[in-house]
Design a protein around this ligand. Structure first.
Ligand code: ADP
Ligand code: MG
Length: 231
């Protein structure tokens, strides 16, 4: 369980403050308008944004004193995840070892992640020769190979067409269940996310404005969510 208790980042023009509980084995979808604070929230969790006050715990352990690399967290962004001069194998491997010198066990982790995402046959290729969907599989494989229990995804599949996007969401669902991951997924496609997510949180004006399950989309409680959904 990932727990945020009034986790706050204060900027001159805005204060962001989040309280949220994200259980293991569950996907929590973060929706909300541009500029609401979704990406900043992920960056606060990953340790890349300064925290002013509040509490962040994973399974009871205080994460705030930990540097980004020490946190039990992996992040996948929409783009710039892949190194174009490296092979797919190396792109996954670099998640485990920046020097690309892998132990036999790390090599096995790379192969396992590639197999789970159905990209075993692409390991020798360069990302530029892959489709968009295949590239995002590589990015996801790198994250999974790191075997961190918390996975943060910032609109990773937004550039894909709907069928591919849903395929990747299904894969994410399978891996979340299999590995018991705690997943936060920022998405611009609330209805698609609701199909695979366990919970939804509507981020608005630097905070979690309302949260719940998929019913939030058919019965928003606030005019802000209603407006965001175009209702
Ligand atoms: P979203 O991902 O929901 O579109 P962002 O997280 O990118 O929104 O931005 C939310 C707001 O957070 C920004 O409008 C800004 O006010 C504030 N913010 C985030 N990071 C910084 C920063 N480094 N300096 C100043 N303000 C910031
Ligand atoms: Mg963003």
């Amino acid at each position: 369980m990932l727990e945020l208790n009034k986790l706050t980042a204060r900027y001159p023009e805005q204060e962001l403050c989040f309280s949220l509980q994200a259980p293991a084995g569950a996907i929590t979808a973060l929706i909300g308008p541009s500029g609401a604070g979704k990406s900043t929230l992920l960056s606060m969790l990953a340790g890349f944004s300064k925290i002013t006050s509040g509490d962040l715990r994973f399974d009871g352990r205080d994460l705030l004193p930990l540097a980004p690399a020490q946190r039990p967290i992996t992040t996948l962004f929409q783009d710039n995840n892949l190194f174009w001069h490296m092979t797919v194998y190396q792109n996954i491997a670099i998640g485990l070892s920046p020097s690309l010198r892998l132990s036999p066990q790390q090599d096995a982790e790379v192969m396992t992640a590639a197999r789970q995402l159905g990209i075993e046959s692409l390991l020798a290729r360069k990302p530029a020769t892959l489709s968009g969907g295949q590239q995002q599989r590589v990015g996801l494989a790198r994250c999974l190979a790191r075997r961190q229990p918390v996975l943060l995804l910032d609109e990773p599949f937004s550039a894909l067409d709907p069928a591919l996007r849903f395929e990747l969401l299904e894969l994410l669902r399978q891996q979340t269940d299999r590995l018991g991951l705690t997943v936060l997924l920022v998405t611009h496609h609330p209805d698609e996310a609701a199909r695979i997510a366990d919970g939804l949180a509507f981020v608005y004006n630097g905070t979690i404005w309302e949260s719940g399950n998929g019913e939030l989309l058919s019965a928003p409680r606030t005019p802000e969510l209603s407006a965001y959904l175009g209702g």
